[in-house]
Design a protein around this ligand. Structure first.
Ligand code: ATP
Length: 304
């Protein structure tokens, strides 16, 4: 069964189309990264999963339930870390987690949760005095209450230091290993790359890519960068390289030649350089980063 299923979903705010005819399926147990530039429609989509916002058209199903008619059941089985959640200043961290347990009508070990998110020492301090990162950790702890079947995390690493971001990734992976589905929106692409099974990229309300990061790389022309160490190379030497099929770009500083190309063009690139009289000493390949893929998909170089 799919954990999340959107079918032809559109959301209009007056004249603004926040989400346009969106089809998206996330299978159970997957860690799905939901990406896109500011204003692309991510939060609106997340809010429709939780029935905080109602679609103008289309169907939203979460955990096999109708997001609109069965929203109470959806929320009971879902842990949410909303973007910019404001803690209750006068309540302690412990009280927050107890509150989350009462709302979901579940029992649990409050200390174990606070320990897991790294704020056990501050359990009995008022959350108003917590730092930004501590508040974020507390909100994540509240989301974990009751071992939810679905975790929806909107910018979860916001405010976290590098150690906190790593712990958050470990928690996400552990939750997926337990069988939970994690739907994860973030602008921190390194974070997404290291934790997500698949990603979806939104642009102006539409999903412009949906694949594993490997799959996105394959779909983007010039999915690899070849860095070749040579004795000496000139601009003219590169003409033969640039003329090859699958080569997007080639530059040189004299001692290094850098070529963006499809993975299967590598051998031809080395051959063309040698034919041009350039002596190749060494070469290595660098995969296109998720950041470059993101730019390619959201700034118009690639379309799905
Ligand atoms: N309640 C609202 N009323 C009017 N317009 C809205 C409302 N919520 C969102 N929008 C508009 O819908 C579009 C999508 O916004 P949304 O918040 O979903 O984007 P996002 O991808 O989450 O962006 P960000 O990365 O900045 O959080 C934007 O143009 C936004 O201004």
């Amino acid at each position: 069964m799919a954990a999340i299923e959107l079918d032809g979903v559109t959301k209009q705010f007056g004249d603004v189309t926040a989400v346009s005819d969106l089809d998206l399926t996330v299978p159970e147990g997957e860690v799905f990264g939901f990406l896109g530039p500011n204003g692309a429609g991510k939060s609106t989509t997340i809010n429709m999963l939780l029935d905080f916002v109602r679609p103008t058209a289309g169907e939203v199903r979460v955990l096999g339930l109708d997001a609109k008619r069965e929203s109470v059941a959806v929320r009971r089985r879902t842990g949410v870390l909303p973007e910019g959640y404001d803690v209750y200043h006068r309540l302690t961290g412990r009280k927050h987690v107890e509150f989350a347990m009462r709302s979901k009508e579940v029992d649990g070990d409050v200390d174990a949760i606070l320990e897991r998110v790294g704020i056990a020492d501050a359990a009995d301090r008022k959350a108003g005095g917590y730092s930004k990162g501590m508040r974020q950790r507390l909100t994540l702890g509240m989301a974990l209450v009751g071992d939810p079947d679905l975790l929806v995390l909107d910018e979860p690493s916001s405010g976290l230091d590098p150690g906190g971001a790593r712990e958050m990734r470990e928690i996400v992976r552990a939750e997926a290993d337990r069988g939970a589905t994690v739907f994860f929106s973030s602008h921190v692409l390194g974070q997404v790359e290291s934790v997500c099974d698949r990603v979806g990229i939104m642009r102006e309300g539409e999903l412009v890519a949906e694949d594993s990061i490997e799959g996105l790389r394959d779909a983007v022309e010039g999915g690899e960068t070849l860095v070749i160490t040579v004795d000496a190379a000139s601009e003219e030497n590169l003409d033969a390289v640039r003329a090859l099929d699958g080569v997007t770009d080639a530059t040189t500083d004299g001692g290094t030649v850098t070529v963006t190309c499809d993975p299967d063009a590598k051998t031809a690139v080395i051959g063309a350089l040698e034919d041009a009289g350039v002596s190749v000493k060494d070469f290595q390949t660098e995969e296109t980063s998720l950041e470059d893929l993101f730019i390619a998909y959201t700034e118009g170089e690639v379309s799905a």
